[in-house]
Design a protein around this ligand. Structure first.
Ligand code: RRO
Length: 321
């Protein structure tokens, strides 16, 4: 199967991206992951100032996956520009890179885009409007505020000609509506979606994470992400990045059927750093075995995203599962 994907004016050699926050800036995983075997990766979210993150423990596991509250630990704008992007420029050729940015205010997002736009070595930006763990921000994530989505995306659009991905929240009560706002404000694609806010307690009622609540990821997020992708696919033609609970080839195929052109791998990377590469190779084998010539033939087209099955229609089990 030809796994190449043409989106955002670029060719991705395969549809598998490592998700933001799970691969640092590439260099941190380069000894164990063949980054050039991936479609690409999204960096850890960059904020204006360096951040050391939330109190430990920052990750914990449960039966359905894991939770994190990293708290945006990152080297900040100057650190990313001076220490991280040069490495990417020198070492990454085939994989496509998105720089994730996160602000505490609309203005911070715009400064980050403006300041990084002139740098080389990456394709586009992912606006992280949906971090669930920003304890400094005493408000819901930007992604749940339509006016903020509009303002940040429109402002970023004015400041860059690069592809702009907008990362939405999985607990958005109206994902199609938010996607429409982002699209009209100038987004080129949507990443669906971030981790789901949650809380794990021990038997004494103490939070397992140092910061208290956190973001749920891993297998439990697969149905959440698929629902997001399918709902948004019905409302917009923008290319979608499906993200949440992808740990194997069948999960990636399900996201394609739902309407995702690209697929993010996150939590699975923690268990097996090579999960992304393996899924990319597995897709080629799956296509060969199942007589599918191209990944792009699998991607659900706009308009097929109805959440309901037609009366009497057979269950739409994605083939290959
Ligand atoms: O750093 C984090 O705690 C974090 C971020 Br920015 C995010 O977008 N999603 C997440 O699960 N954790």
């Amino acid at each position: 199967m030809n796994t190449a994907v043409e989106v955002f004016g670029a060719t991705f050699q395969n549809p598998v991206l490592l998700a933001a926050g799970t691969c640092g800036f590439g260099m941190e995983l380069a000894d164990v992951v063949d980054l050039e075997g991936l479609g690409g990766f999204v960096t850890k979210s960059v904020t204006l100032e360096p951040r050391s993150g939330n109190p430990a423990p920052r990750v914990t596991e449960f039966a359905g996956g894991m939770m994190n509250s990293i708290g945006l630990a990152n080297p900040g704008l100057a650190g990313a520009r001076d220490r991280k992007l040069p490495w990417i420029r020198e070492h990454v050729r085939r994989a496509r890179v998105f720089v994730s940015v996160a602000g505490h205010s609309e203005g911070e997002f715009l400064t980050l885009v403006e300041e990084l736009d002139g740098e080389e070595g990456f394709l586009g930006f992912e606006l992280n409007l949906s971090c669930p763990n920003d304890t400094r921000r005493d408000a819901p994530p930007f992604a749940l505020d339509p006016a903020a989505v509009e303002a940040v995306v429109a402002g970023a659009r004015e400041r860059t000609g690069r592809p702009l991905l907008v990362k939405l929240a999985p607990n958005d009560p109206d994902p199609a509506g938010t996607a429409g706002i982002a699209a009209r404000a100038g987004a080129d694609g949507l990443t669906l979606s971030n981790t789901l806010p949650g809380l794990l307690l021990d038997v004494e009622g103490n939070a397992e994470l140092g910061a208290g609540p956190g973001g749920v990821s891993g297998p439990a997020l697969l149905p959440v992400g698929l629902r997001m992708v399918r709902a948004v696919r019905a409302a917009t033609d923008l290319p979608l990045v499906g993200l949440g609970g992808v740990s194997g080839v069948a999960d990636a195929l399900a996201y394609a059927r739902a309407g995702a052109s690209l697929v993010g791998v996150g939590t699975a990377t923690f268990a097996d750093p090579r999960a992304g590469e393996k899924i990319a190779r597995g897709l080629v084998r799956w296509g060969r075995r199942n007589g599918v010539a191209a990944w792009s033939d699998l991607v659900g087209p706009p308009g097929v995203g109805s959440l309901a099955r037609a009366p009497g229609a057979p269950p739409s089990t994605p083939s290959g599962r």
